[in-house]
Design a protein around this ligand. Structure first.
Ligand code: F6R
Length: 369
């Protein structure tokens, strides 16, 4: 039940700290990740893979894209992300050394189920990340990593998204341990970063009211753009998807580096643009580039809403609004930066008087191809 919340979506957003904490539980000890569900598969299988393909649809695919950066960085295996329906119909190269990771909240998405069956028939090992015990996709897979986000009722996926990223990060650390690609202290350091996320998520949730205010002011906006770079890129795409599905507003996410390759032509005075700003403490160069993107669009009249690390003074002179997120290592920022975008879409939807939990034309699980 909704409890005291105005919608299931509001309730589920409030549960995101628990979704991350519960997904981590019992999957690590002494600073190392050990995912018991992968034991049956055998470490030699994971040690022998030469490529990972992540397949999923919608929000789950954006979680996959975030996860791909961490898995590739930590475990030094090439990782590619593909939409299930594209993968399935294009004759991809699959060998016994291919690991396919499917991601699905419901575990019933037909596009992803068909892609899983196809991958296994072609000889790949398939691990599924799923939020629903005993669903069809896990039954068709070689191993399952369950996300423990709890049942997600609202059509728009929120807490499952952060739980999926958590599961993929745990998998990345598990794989790095098996393959010996990260030192033991480094594994422990990354794990500590992940363990610190739930408390930081609770902090981000405190900006709910100011984001709701912003959404009210923007209730008659016709189009919104989202920019991000590196792990912020899939977050920009996810922010746009949420706004489309919940508020029926034309929204598009871009890689910030693409701006001058076309999308900057869309910028006209008053155009709202959300920018996911990477921490200056990660790659200083990347941070500078995104700040200069902000200057470029501001000079053309864009209304800039920056999601930036608390205390990032460089964005202040150029942003119309700044939504601060707590300090986190660069790979972990997406877990925090997505929350304001989820809240914004939800609040804009309710400011327009729409049904937040049941947007038009959509179903919670898409069981047809
Ligand atoms: C967006 C959303 C959809 C789902 C997609 C995959 O908010 O809910 O994009 O993420 O349909 O669903 P699952 O994860 O159940 O396979």
């Amino acid at each position: 039940e909704k409890g005291g919340w105005s919608s299931f979506m509001a309730k589920e957003i409030s549960e995101e700290p628990d979704a991350v904490a519960n997904t981590m539980r019992a999957r690590h000890h002494d600073g190392q990740v050990v995912i018991p569900e992968l034991e049956a598969l055998g470490d030699d299988v994971l040690a022998g893979i030469d490529r990972i393909t992540i397949i999923a649809c919608g929000t789950a695919a954006y979680a996959g894209q975030v996860g791909s950066y961490a898995i590739e960085q930590w475990a030094r295996v090439p990782v590619q992300v593909e939409l299930s329906h594209e993968f399935r119909y294009r004759d991809p190269v699959i060998t016994p050394k291919t690991l396919v990771i499917s991601i699905s909240q419901s575990g019933e998405t037909m596009d992803t189920l068909m892609a899983v069956k196809f991958a296994r028939e072609a000889g790949a090992t398939v691990i599924s990340v799923c939020n629903t015990q005993g669903a069809t996709i896990p039954r068709e897979s070689d191993a399952v990593i369950y996300t423990h986000a709890g049942p997600e009722v609202a059509v728009a996926s929120t807490k499952a998204f952060v739980a999926q990223i958590t599961a993929l990060y745990l998998f990345g650390l598990h794989l790095a341990r098996v393959r010996g690609t990260l030192s033991v202290p480094e594994q422990a350091r990354q794990l500590d970063e992940l363990a610190a996320i739930p408390a930081k998520l609770s902090k981000v949730l405190e900006s709910h009211d100011s984001i709701a205010q912003l959404a009210k002011w923007m209730a008659d906006t016709r189009a919104v753009l989202f920019l991000g770079r590196h792990v912020g890129f899939p977050i920009a795409m996810e922010g746009a998807l949420k706004l489309k599905e919940l508020a029926y507003i034309h929204a598009e996410g871009f890689a910030a580096g693409e701006l001058k390759h076309g999308p900057i032509a869309l910028i006209e005075p008053g155009q709202p643009v959300f920018v996911v700003v990477p921490s200056p403490r990660g790659s200083d160069e990347m941070h500078k580039k995104v700040v200069s993107n902000i200057q470029e669009i501001r000079a053309r009249g864009a209304r800039v809403i920056a999601i930036a690390e608390q205390g990032d003074a460089a964005v202040l002179p150029f942003a119309d609004e700044v939504i601060p997120i707590p300090l986190a290592a660069p790979l972990f920022e997406p877990l925090l930066a997505v929350i304001p975008l989820q809240i914004f879409a939800m609040e804009l939807s309710s400011a327009k008087g729409l049904d937040v939990d049941q947007p038009r034309n959509l179903a919670k699980s898409v069981t047809v191809e």
